[in-house]
Design a protein around this ligand. Structure first.
Ligand code: PLP
Length: 362
């Protein structure tokens, strides 16, 4: 099997697996006052320190959640109340479905957010919350988030950044970005699923209105017993992630090999994640490509993997003006441990597919 679908879920890092198992063995609830509870609390706080330090926040400003979707939902709930919402056209459904009626910022042909449109929206005045992702999950396109943060600050608006795909692949420094909140997800950087975090600017963090009140955990900002094994694995993964710059050469080899047999790369003209390539095969439905490659032992996806197995036309590629190619593109996303052999396997399967299906489409 050749797994090239890391943007759906990264391959679990061995350090994360060890940490999950150790925390499961140790047991305990961080809220208990006895010795086992106190040890669990130490593990929770050590994880908080590791993750906060790695992404440029103070531990007091990190709220653990169940994943990226909940971190996005918490930001919208806590920071969006009483504010006009402005969201990027290619935001993940974690944002789009939690922000009905929001003003939508268009993107250019490479998927990069239009900052002039942001300026115009901000000029409309009134308190606003802007949501802009750092890296897109389908194309890997990196948005000009630091510049957006500056525009938001000047206009007195808040900025939430979804860094779920960027964290662990490109440098992410919350304080340097100057955003007001930032979402992270464990399983996108080689930790286990079931944990995520929201980093919040110090001025807003103490009073954050919870989405789930529960028993007042996370200093009243997120109720519920924290999933300590998942959080311990999340921190262990964060400790070992570098950035994924080394994957760019492999990704480029995969992309060039595919282009040589007729693929059209989408979003490749913008700064993007080093592990991601979005490849359209004109006239061949994305779903067909995913199935043909799967039968050849190569796993890729089309559109967002989160939409429960459905392969729909890509809303992201539509927003980029890709036309019919929006229904004919697959996402190749290399995991942290990808090897040259994986690219060879991919290209063998891709070439065979292109030869067979392009002839039929012609
Ligand atoms: N944001 C982005 C950009 C994503 O790609 C995803 C998942 O694909 C999410 C948020 C949701 O994260 P999670 O799966 O941890 O809920």
């Amino acid at each position: 099997m050749t797994y090239l679908d890391a943007n759906a879920t990264e391959i679990l890092r061995p350090e994360a697996r060890e940490a999950v198992l150790a925390a499961l063995e140790a047991g305990g609830n961080p809220a208990s006052v006895h010795a086992i509870g106190r040890a669990a609390r130490r593990l929770l706080e050590a994880a908080r320190e590791t993750i906060a330090a790695r992404f440029g926040a103070s531990p007091a400003d990190l709220v653990f959640t169940s994943g990226g979707t909940e971190a996005d939902a918490l930001a919208l709930h806590a920071l969006g109340a009483g504010r006009r919402l402005i969201v990027g056209a290619t935001e993940h459904d974690a944002i789009r479905s939690a922000a009905p009626g929001a003003a939508v910022l268009p993107v250019d042909g490479q998927g990069s957010a239009d900052l002039d449109a942001l300026r115009r929206e901000l000029a409309a005045g009134g308190p606003a919350l802007v949501c802009l992702m750092l890296a897109n999950n389908e194309t890997g396109t990196l948005h000009p988030v630091a510049e957006a943060a500056r525009l938001c600050r000047e206009a007195g608006a808040l900025l939430h950044v979804d860094a779920v795909q960027a964290a662990g692949r490109v440098p992410v420094d919350f304080a340097a970005l100057g955003a007001d909140s930032l979402a992270l997800s464990s399983h996108k950087l080689g930790g286990p699923p079931g944990a995520g975090a929201l980093l919040v600017a110090p001025a807003l963090s103490a009073e954050l209105e919870p989405l789930i009140a529960g028993g007042g955990q996370e200093r009243g900002r997120r109720g519920g017993t924290p999933p300590l094994p998942a959080i311990a694995g999340f921190a262990a993964a964060v400790q070992v992630v570098g950035d994924a710059a080394g994957l760019a050469a492999l990704r480029d080899a995969a992309e060039q090999g595919a282009v040589a047999v007729g693929a059209v790369p989408l979003g490749a003209g913008a700064p993007r994640l080093p592990n991601t390539s979005c490849l359209a095969l004109p006239g061949v439905r994305a779903e067909t490509q995913v199935i043909v490659l799967d039968l050849a032992g190569v796993q890729v996806s089309a559109g967002a993997a989160c939409s429960s197995g459905k392969v729909a036309r890509s809303r992201v590629l539509d927003a980029m003006g890709a036309g019919p190619l929006a229904g004919e593109a697959i996402r190749v996303s290399l995991p942290w441990c990808a090897r040259p052999e994986d690219v060879d396997e991919f290209l063998t399967a891709y070439r065979a597919m292109a030869e067979r299906l392009l002839q039929r489409a012609a």
